[in-house]
Design a binder for this molecule. Structure first.
Ligand SMILES: Cc1cc2nc3c(=O)[nH]c(=O)nc-3n(C[C@H](O)[C@H](O)[C@H](O)COP(=O)(O)OP(=O)(O)OC[C@H]3O[C@@H](n4cnc5c(N)ncnc54)[C@H](O)[C@@H]3O)c2cc1C
Length: 215
């Protein structure tokens, strides 16, 4: 494979990775560790990178939300090229991706790692009540701290925690929450420990399964 070169109408890279999240960054680092000569372009529009598994622990009061956030630049492998832009479409017949400004970027190998998009609106009324009224989710950076606040302020009366069907993003995460809370001390924890059955709401699964869709 060759290094970056001009292609009629745009750039040509050995590898183009769409998305600089955990998958995109890990792929770039892994490939470059074996083939440092490759020209790898990571297309990622966000300037922040998130350690999503940490949000479970933010909701459990173990991590701060800030500790799960990094500058994208700081996690980008040194030899990878970062293009701060979004891919709007794929053109596999031409081995190209089309950016949201219309520019076309050519590749020899494409890695598509744009993550998943959570469709909160698939559950009626959920977007309106998330983040207030005692409704929260550890699947959002901004809401995980609210989970911890709710745990601390819990005074009894019922706490419900849903889990995901196996096909969803990290289905075991809600189970972990179930174990994190009871393992902690404090009066709020003592109250939650007395309500173990409130962490097994299978009934919510069927509606939650509609939340996730592919980007
Ligand atoms: C609460 C929680 C707990 C979890 N716990 C675990 C765990 O314990 N173990 C585990 O293995 N996994 C866990 N996961 C799952 C894990 O975090 C995810 O699977 C992983 O972060 C997904 O990485 P990704 O790179 O595929 O997606 P993301 O990290 O979402 O990254 C996708 C990137 O693509 C970019 N992007 C999107 N669209 C475009 C576009 N059009 N053009 C260019 N870029 C684009 C986005 O800006 C984003 O930066 C957990 C997830 C959550 C939410």
């Amino acid at each position: 494979m060759s290094n970056k070169s001009a292609k009629a109408g745009g750039e040509l890279h050995d590898v183009v990775i769409v998305g600089g999240g955990a998958a995109g960054i890990a792929t770039a680092a892994s490939v470059l560790a074996r083939r440092p000569d490759l020209d790898i372009l990571v297309v990622e529009p966000q300037t922040k990178h998130y350690y999503q598994p940490g949000w479970t622990f933010v909701g459990g009061g173990v991590f701060t939300a800030a500790s799960t956030e990094r500058d994208e630049e700081s996690v980008m492998p040194r030899r990878a090229h970062w293009l701060k832009s979004a891919v709007a479409a794929f053109a596999p017949e031409a081995n190209e991706v089309i950016l949201d400004n219309g520019e076309r970027i050519g590749y020899r190998v494409l890695v598509a790692a744009p993550g998943i998009k959570l469709d909160w609106g698939a559950v009626e009324g959920l977007p309106e009540t998330l983040g207030k009224n005692g409704v929260t989710s550890n699947y959002r950076f901004d809401l995980a701290p609210y989970t911890w606040r709710l745990v601390q302020e819990f005074r009894g009366g019922g706490a419900r925690s849903s889990r995901n069907p196996p096909c969803q993003s990290n289905a075991p995460a809600p189970h972990r929450r179930r174990f994190i809370f009871p393992a902690m001390s404090g009066s709020a924890m003592e109250r939650l420990k007395k309500q173990p059955s409130s962490f097994t709401t299978r009934a919510v699964c069927s509606s939650e399964s509609r939340i996730m869709s592919r980007r």
